[in-house]
Design a protein around this ligand. Sequence first.
Ligand code: C2O
Ligand code: CU
Length: 543
Amino acid sequence: MKTTTNLQRRKLLKYAAIGIAGAVTYPSWTQAAGEFVKVNKPSADFLPDVEIELTMNTAEVPILNGEKTRIWKITGKVMTGPSGVLDNNEGTYLAPTLRFKKGQKVRLILNNNLPAQSILHWHGLHVPANMDGNPMYAIDRGETYVYEFEILNRAGTYFYHAHTHSVTARQVYSGLAGLLIVSDDQEQALHLPSGDHDVPLVIQDRSFDGQNQLVYSANMMQRMQGFLGDQILVNGRPDFVLPVATRAYRLRLVNGSNSRIYKLAWDNGTPMTVIGVDGGLLEKPEQHAYVMLAPGQRRELWVDFSSLEIGTELTLRSLQFDIDTHSGMGMMGRRGGMMGHGMMGHGHGMMGGMMSASTLPSGSDYPILKVRASKKEQGDNTLPKTLTPITELYTKNAANAGNPKTIALSMAHMSALLNGRSYKMDDIQPDEIIPVNSLQLIEFDNGFDGSRHGMMMDMPHPMHLHGEQFQIVKREVGPHVTENYASVSSGLIDSGWQDTVLVMPGEKVTILKPFNDFKGLFMYHCHNLEHEDMGMMRDFLIK
Ligand code: C2O
Ligand code: CU
């Protein structure tokens, strides 16, 4: 039987090309730096409450009208565990939605059937180093990686995605990302909207060619700025409409985009009621006119649709904002870029408009999704005044209380750097070694003092740290920050537990992060995936 058609062969070639482009040689890992244990077999003494086999494959799904789109799809199969633990999101590129409970022991058996190396990272989860999906654990086609860990995190909306060295961006773009939702008793006791009234919304941008195939280009400009697609997809669908009943909902917003930052607001002016962030529920709901959502971040909203007339719609938009909040004359940072302000006309700078390949420039105003009131329903529409208590971390308890660890964020020419360094496996520097079970004060400096005028490109960087969630202590604005800052500042939500913090140009953001329980390598990096792939990523060694 002839099994390979011409079309299939062409597809294989196409994917093989991606695979080769992404192929990297891994330096040999020295035992000295961390415990490098690749796991390809279940351990006999781990008794899982949930066991799921996840297989990564090439696939085709209908996204636009007409031809199907070739994607990379993760499909799960429950071997042990309750029903409802897995939703494959069939017919979309989204990876399965996994629903776990705090305290469950889970085993996830990952099979790679892709024509490329890959590995998955559980974004926001506190797991042992060799369960964390560090790129050094990437597996080849035909190989298996076995993850075994207990869910230690509190209830929240977590996320998982490919974390393969230098190709994370294109792998996530191809479909290797999904949701991991954790619940716990404390959260359940609040009786927030649940079931059909608890809706995860993964926001992403994509570009398609004339044959409905995903376009991913990573030229210099696209890498410096980050890839921006032409079209917004929600849960893998374009022109997303959410039919709702006239009652309260819990909406879990996830930014699964490579680099796009959103400024989300309801188009009828209703304030956004935020009940949760990256690491779960806040202590109490907060109201904001708009909510900034950077790649890798999650924000949970509570919203009451009971006043909507049946048949009417409400739109969630991304509003206009200026990503450049700094008055540096950086190479491309300023609106107007190298041409200087004014020459290109306001709002059409080289980065903002002309040189961006996207028809949806960063910071422009566009719709994300529509909510349509489709049925009357009597629900409990009272929002609890308090949510879940949060144990506050104190600077005085940090191991380095008087001496914060500074991480300088910078971009220049073809590099994106952390403290002047680019990512390298097995390259731990003395300031990257952290004692286990310590609380650390860390500050991200994105050109705070303004001294890099004229040399660096000013960009916002959503900084993510693996391992435990952290708390944001303060956000300081440098002397050269402009009035543009006011177009984003009140949507930056710094309360609660976080794992990804947006650091605007000219800002310094200080966090307190616990490094408890697990030794080994835990990454810190920019979650603009093009920046990450360019090297804006490093490891901490916890020991
Ligand atoms: Cu969501 Cu290291 O990444
Ligand atoms: Cu960045």
